[in-house]
Design a protein around this ligand. Structure first.
Ligand code: BLA
Length: 510
């Protein structure tokens, strides 16, 4: 039953969070058909709007609103429908009573959805003018980490939340707080890691479509949207809604953290959910719609800046990878063997692909640097390695999962990036990674008593951190797509070098 707010923790990925049939009480929702007949209304519509007569499903909305306001709404609804976006209208005198409303308009399943909030009664403060200096500040931040830290600080200034974090997703969808601006009296979360399950799949999908969500009062009773069971049995799809009530599981999570208002804005890079701005406040906080819009605009501009920063970092990495290629070609063209060049590879590859150790197995001779298996241990995994294709690299954050014999050295390294170098005999170069350090420490107060809610104590940051630790136990950090691309480049270089050396040997012999 989609209206049952009690959800079981094992079914989190299936909870239809876009169809909970409820909104938050800081605004009202009215959804109309193509001919502006009211099809859905939130139970608080009369409280918020206070028209001359009570709203009723089946009535025409034009019977309630000022003709001029209605004309503007219809026009905006047309735009929203054509461009599949949300239109915003601030300071609208809906009833021609002098009372101002801020309105969001979008289309959902053929309905026009109006979300109506009490607006500022005087001229709204011009929040958008804050954006330019905020962006100017960001342009002076170099590299991803500083850019994110700068953005967290700027956003905190704009919104006045107690804590503003940049929460970045790792390839395995776990997350890490990589930047934080906070009030001095609260605990820091910087560096903390959480498992992927803290933000279920459908929520991630939704956050790519709708970039902004606000929970203005975690303890506020949600307001039902009427009718609770529509004629076609389908609740209104609230994916694009601003007022959408939040999953009770997540509410419980925030309550356990002591958070009373939260706001998060998606950070989208190259069409993917890269991370979130996660903002917490320790008392309820309703942000004016224009202020939210400014924050959303800032997050979008920031995402673009971030995309540029990531791209130029990627370019720099490619340059360095090309350099490595040239250096190896020169050196080995000059007669050095692969084994002789191991030092060069080691020195250069370290900047390109972070690792804890390196092995080379060439012509049956084993050499290693740093954290790595010994010759005997390596030879024990060679038969398994030999079964894989010679033309692709093999990678894992837990080699034992692929090759049981790797258990012999799991106290030293667990992750491996294996580059096959030649066909016969099989030569290999391997980069190794240790288990993710357990040194990530919990920054909150571990002795604070936990008050378990209806879903037990799993929904507390501490349990969540423990859950993350369990998921990474026995694993190294994941080899990223960029790192794999560099390794693939190195594979091709090494192959080319070896062919050259072999050619030269053949020519010598003939
Ligand atoms: C949503 N979980 C979220 C969101 C965040 C987190 C940021 C986005 C919604 C928001 O704006 O608040 C998680 N928040 C965090 C983390 C930190 C933080 C990790 O501040 C760290 C500092 N959550 C769980 C478990 C489940 C779960 C176990 O921990 C379910 C099994 C569910 N989280 C859950 C759901 C949502 C969510 C359903 C979607 C809420 C919604 O948009 O309706």
């Amino acid at each position: 039953n989609v209206h049952d707010p009690k959800v079981d923790l094992t079914s989190c990925d299936r909870e239809p969070i876009h169809q909970l049939g409820q909104i938050q009480p800081f605004g009202a929702l009215i959804a109309v058909t193509a001919d502006w007949i009211i099809a859905f209304q939130s139970a608080n519509a009369d409280d918020i709007i206070d028209a001359r007569k009570p709203f009723a499903i089946g009535n025409n909305l034009s019977d309630y609103l000022d003709a001029n306001a209605l004309r503007v709404l219809r026009e905006r609804a047309g735009w929203a429908s054509r461009s599949q976006t949300t239109e915003r209208l601030f300071g609208c005198d809906l009833l021609r009573s002098g009372k101002r409303f801020d309105i969001a308009i979008h289309c959902s399943d053929g309905y026009t959805v109006l979300e109506i909030e009490p607006g500022a009664q005087n001229a709204a403060a011009d929040h958008s003018s804050a954006i330019r200096p905020m962006m100017d500040h960001l342009r002076r931040c170099e590299g991803v980490d500083k850019l994110c830290q700068g953005a967290a600080e700027q956003l905190k200034r704009l919104l006045g939340f107690d804590r503003v974090m940049v929460y970045r997703f790792h390839p395995d969808e776990s997350g890490e707080v990589i930047a934080e601006a906070r009030e001095g009296h609260i605990d820091g979360f910087m560096g903390l890691r959480y498992p992927r399950t803290d933000i279920p799949q459908q929520a991630r999908a939704l956050y790519l479509k709708n970039l902004f969500r606000i929970i203005s009062d975690v303890s506020a009773e949600p307001v039902p949207i009427l009718p609770e069971m529509p004629l076609d049995g389908r609740p209104l799809d609230l994916s694009q809604s601003t007022l959408r009530a939040v999953s009770p599981v997540h509410i419980e999570y925030l309550q356990n953290m002591g958070v009373e208002a939260s706001l998060s804005i998606s950070i989208v890079v190259n069409g993917k959910l890269w991370g979130l701005f996660a903002c917490h406040h320790y008392s309820p906080r309703v942000l004016a719609f224009p202020q939210r819009t400014a924050a959303e605009l800032f997050a979008q501009l920031f995402s673009m800046q971030l995309e540029l920063t990531i791209r130029s970092a990627g370019e720099a990495l490619k340059d360095r990878s090309r350099e490595l290629h040239n250096r190896l070609m020169n050196q080995m063209g000059g007669g050095d063997t692969l084994t002789d060049s191991l030092d060069v590879i080691e020195r250069t590859i370290g900047d390109l692909i972070p690792h804890d150790g390196l092995s080379a197995y060439i012509d049956g001779t084993y050499r290693s640097h740093g954290a790595a298996p010994n010759a005997e241990e390596f030879e024990a995994i060679v038969p398994a390695l030999n079964t894989s294709s010679t033309s692709t690299i093999v990678h894992s954050d837990s080699l034992v999962g692929l090759i049981p014999a790797a258990a012999a050295f799991k106290d030293r390294v667990v992750g491996a990036l294996i580059i096959p170098v030649s066909r016969s005999p099989r030569d290999y170069m391997v980069l190794w990674r240790k288990e993710i350090e357990r040194s990530v420490t919990w920054a909150g107060n571990p002795d604070k008593p936990v008050q378990p809610g209806p879903n037990g104590d799993r929904l507390t940051p501490r349990k969540s951190f423990e859950a993350w630790k369990q998921t990474v136990s026995g694993r190294s950090t994941v080899w990223s797509e960029e790192e794999l691309a560099i390794a693939e480049g190195l594979r091709v270089t090494l192959l080319e070098v070896i062919l050259r050396v072999t050619d030269a040997q053949v020519r010598e012999r003939t």
